[in-house]
Ligand binder design. Structure first.
Ligand code: DLL
Length: 436
């Protein structure tokens, strides 16, 4: 793999500023953001008043913990534009997350917000090893989802040649990668696996393609998956994180030279970690739920938003800004099976360590005889594998899960290509348990 480390002179000065400088900027911006939200969004006026706090009460960043949380339900209750802090005419872009149930969540951006978004995504793409003049194959979906258009903004800001292919039509993805010869690809890790299959279907070796780096996010993925993708494509695989409510992609990104967690662009997004049960702050280094406050957003300021994503904060390495560890999963995706907490990423790790199986899986939950049961549906790496070899691989996976997670699961090893493929975010859990 090529050394893609960006030159120091190409970084934004704030990325490598002193902690003092970063914290001074954060304090000034936090004061502005709290006041902006309080004065322009009736939801925040009411929620601060009800909690007995005022923007003037923030004297240092740690005072932020006195302010109330914002949750997804608050955004739904103010559907569609009730959380906007500027007149609708000043909103240059609207995005929405579909959500699986209920109202979509709607977010808005002023032109200035779009410029900031472009700058943090450009920073993310640069941290991933891309530089002006490189070509980017952008296979995140374009539309209301922030992935496609968000990455596109940053690619323009960095000066890349962008191929806005969006998701889907997998044979064409492979064809254009081979014909155009991009340096980088932006795509969900699960869709990258579908693209990988298509290389094989076309009789092509992905290691021969032009890609130097893949920038993967929008869903949890493990270091084991990183290794698999890096080997398969002979390219770097780095992690990009974000969510619509805070901005979209580009809230945090790994640096290609360290790949040790994602640097949070703390000059625009202020992170906290809380105990999800009590709402209390936990120390840096401790696992909990990530909470974000926007520092510069005009159209859609957001204060102490509970992301539901579980991770921990670590000090900076390649940049001065703090890192978040790879997300373990969302608290909503945590399965409690006979008293044991299970995340799909744990299943992914066990699967990747089991020879003979492909990296595709779904988790089916059922409840026969009033006992929760988990079945992992996966497939063979090679259809030529006989019945006995499949059974051995299935047993090996069951025993790896028993050892690492502590639960007994049933395994179905299907023929190659039989597990549902994703063109965006993978659906990992099929919950067939009766609704109580
Ligand atoms: O998924 C934004 C995005 C697009 C990020 C492209 C990265 C690349 P939403 O659709 O609002 O926005 O979903 C946000 O996806 O709260 C996490 O649960 C999950 N997520 C996003 N990035 C990662 C990641 C986009 N790198 C939700 N690792 C978030 C784990 C991620 N989970």
């Amino acid at each position: 793999m090529k050394d893609l480390t960006p030159t120091k002179s190409s970084l934004d000065p704030i990325e490598i500023a002193s902690r003092d400088e970063i914290e001074t900027l954060q304090l000034e911006r936090l004061k502005w953001s709290l006041r902006h939200a309080y004065e322009n969004v009736s939801f925040y006026k009411t929620s601060f008043d009800d909690a007995g706090v005022h923007p003037d009460d923030l004297k240092s960043p740690s005072d932020l913990s006195k302010f109330p949380f914002t949750v997804k339900q608050d955004l739904r209750a103010n559907y569609p534009f009730g959380m906007f802090a500027v007149p609708r005419e000043q909103v240059a872009r609207i995005h929405a997350s579909s959500g699986t149930t209920g109202q979509p969540t709607v977010v808005g951006y002023t032109q200035n917000d779009l410029d900031v978004w472009g700058s943090v995504v450009a920073r993310s793409l640069r941290a991933s090893g891309l530089k002006p003049g490189d070509m980017l194959h952008n296979a995140y979906g374009y539309g209301l989802f922030t992935g496609g258009l968000g990455i596109h903004l940053g690619a323009d800001a960095l000066g890349l040649s962008t191929v806005p292919i969006s998701g889907g039509m997998t044979p064409r993805q492979v064809r254009l990668i081979n014909d155009f010869k991009p340096n980088g690809i932006t795509v969900t890790p699960s869709y990258a696996l579908s693209i990988l299959d298509e290389f094989a279907a076309q009789g092509l070796d992905p290691r021969d393609c032009s890609l130097d780096v893949g920038i993967f996010g929008a869903e949890p993925w493990t270091n084991a998956m990183r290794h698999e993708i890096e080997q398969a494509f002979d390219m770097h695989a780095v992690d990009i994180y974000g969510l619509s409510e805070i901005m979209g992609p580009g809230v945090a990104n790994e640096c290609v030279e360290t790949k040790d967690g994602l640097h949070i662009w703390e000059d625009h997004f202020y992170p906290e970690i809380i105990n999800p049960e009590t709402g209390e702050l936990v120390e840096d280094g401790e696992q909990g739920e990530l909470v974000f406050t926007s520092l510069t957003k005009e159209a859609f300021p957001i204060i102490r938003y509970r992301t539901r994503d579980l991770t921990r904060l670590l000090e900076g390495t390649a940049r001065s800004m703090r890192r978040m560890e790879k997300v373990t999963g969302r608290s909503d995706d945590m399965i409690i099976l006979r008293g044991v907490n299970v995340f799909p990423t744990q299943i992914e790790e066990a699967l990747m360590a089991t020879p003979g199986l492909a990296p595709h899986f779904q988790i089916e939950l059922s409840k026969p005889d009033r006992m929760d049961q988990m079945r992992i549906v996966t497939e063979v790496a090679d259809s030529a594998l006989g019945r006995e070899a499949r059974e051995t691989a299935g047993r090996a996976l069951a025993s790896a899960i028993k050892q690492s997670v502590g639960i007994s699961v049933k395994i179905d090893v299907l023929n190659a290509g039989r597990v549902a493929r994703s063109e965006g975010k993978a659906v990992r859990i099929l919950d067939n348990r009766p609704k109580s």
